[in-house]
Unconditional design. Structure first.
Length: 312
C-alpha cells in the first residue's frame, strides 16, 4: 500500500511480529527444473509456490505474522469477485468521503473524482494498478451492508475475515480494506498471502487486471461529460521480467516494502510473496529464476514509472 506520491508514514513503532508454529528459515524445495542453489533474499518473510500444484518452492519464515500494507487489496478484490451474481459493469457514484479518506491518511490514490460514475471493473483497476485506497473504500462501501459508510466498510472487513477463514488462512486477520491499519491487527504470513493470491488468480478478471502495466479508462462525470483516467501499475516487475504476470505492491512504515508476484514460463506458473524486502523486485526476479532455471535477474532493468504516477 500505501504511498500516494510518498504516501502514509505511520508514526507508531514498527509493528510487533508474531510467530506461530515452526519456522522454516531460508529453506527451499528443489526440482530438476530449478537452479541447484536457492537464492538469498533480504525479505523478513518469503514464500513461493507452484500455482498448479500448490507445492512449496521456497520458504523463509513463511508462517511468521507480519503487516502486509496494500497487498491487503488482494483480499478486497477476492471478496468482490466472489460476490454472487456480480455485475462488473454496474456503475458506482464516487463519494466525497472517499477523497476525504485518502487526504486524511495521505494514502495512495487513483484520484477518483466526486460524482463520477465508474464501474466495478474500473474500480478494481483503480485499486490494483495505482493502489488506489479511494477505489478500495468505494468497493468496501458498495459491497458491505449497513446504513452508513462506516458501517458498510466495517461489514466488508468482516467479509474479508470470513473469506480468510474459508480459504484456510489461519494466520491472517484484516482490520482494514486497504492495508492502512490504525489498530496494528492487519497481518498475514507469506504462506497465507501466497495461498490467497493463488485463489484470486483463478479469476480471469483479477489475473487480467494485475498483469497490465497501464490502463486508460473513461467515466461519466456528474455533469454528463467524460473523464479520462490513466493508471500505471506500481509493480515494476511487469515489463521488466519476461513472464511476470502480477500481482501487487505494498509499502508503509510498519510493513516495509512488500511484493506479491507471479510469473509464467514454459507452462509453469509460480506465485510468490516478499514481506519487508528493500530489494523486493530483484529478489522476486531471483526467486522466479530459481523456479524457472533461468538467469534473467542478473540483467533485468526495472521499468520506470512516469513522473506523477503513484509509487507503492
Amino acid at each position: 500500500m500505501i504511498t500516494g506520491i510518498k504516501g502514509v508514514r505511520f508514526r507508531r513503532a514498527a509493528a510487533v511480529v508474531f510467530t506461530t508454529g515452526a519456522l522454516v528459515a531460508g529453506g527451499a524445495l528443489t526440482s530438476p527444473a530449478q537452479a541447484a542453489t536457492a537464492p538469498t533474499v533480504s525479505a523478513k518473510g518469503a514464500f513461493m509456490l507452484n500455482s498448479a500444484t500448490g507445492s512449496t518452492l521456497f520458504s523463509k519464515y513463511a508462517d511468521t505474522k507480519r503487516p502486509m500494507a496494500s497487498t491487503t487489496k488482494i483480499m478486497t478484490a477476492r471478496v468482490v469477485l466472489s460476490t454472487p451474481d456480480l455485475n462488473l459493469d454496474r456503475k458506482i457514484t464516487i463519494k466525497q468521503a472517499y477523497r476525504d479518506y485518502v487526504a486524511a491518511k495521505g494514502a495512495s490514490t487513483a484520484d477518483l473524482r466526486t460524482g463520477d460514475k465508474v464501474t466495478i471493473r474500473q474500480l478494481l483497476h483503480a485499486m490494483m494498478l495505482p493502489s488506489g485506497c479511494d477505489a478500495a473504500m468505494a468497493l468496501a462501501d458498495t459491497f458491505g451492508t449497513g446504513t452508513t459508510v462506516s458501517a458498510r466498510t466495517k461489514s466488508f472487513i468482516s467479509k474479508m475475515n470470513t473469506k480468510a477463514d474459508a480459504l484456510g488462512l489461519t494466520n491472517t486477520h484484516f482490520d482494514t480494506f486497504d492495508g492502512n491499519s490504525t489498530q496494528n491487527t492487519n497481518y498475514t504470513t507469506p504462506r497465507d498471502l501466497a495461498k490467497l493470491t493463488r485463489s484470486a488468480m483463478k479469476y480471469s478478471t483479477f489475473s487480467g487486471i494485475v498483469k497490465k502495466q497501464k490502463t486508460v479508462q473513461y467515466a461519466t462525470t456528474s455533469t454528463g461529460g467524460t473523464r479520462t483516467y490513466t493508471w500505471y501499475n506500481t509493480n515494476k516487475l511487469l515489463g521488466s521480467y519476461s513472464g511476470a504476470t502480477g500481482v501487487k505492491t505494498g509499502t508503509n512504515t510498519p510493513a516495509g516494502p512488500c511484493l506479491v508476484f507471479a510469473g509464467t514460463r514454459d507452462g509453469k506458473t509460480v506465485v510468490g510473496v516478499l514481506l519487508n524486502d528493500q530489494y523486493r523486485f530483484t529478489d522476486a526476479a531471483k526467486l522466479m529464476d530459481y523456479a524457472f532455471g533461468s538467469t534473467s535477474a542478473s540483467t533485468m532493468q526495472l521499468r520506470t514509472l512516469p513522473q506523477g504516477a503513484q509509487r507503492d
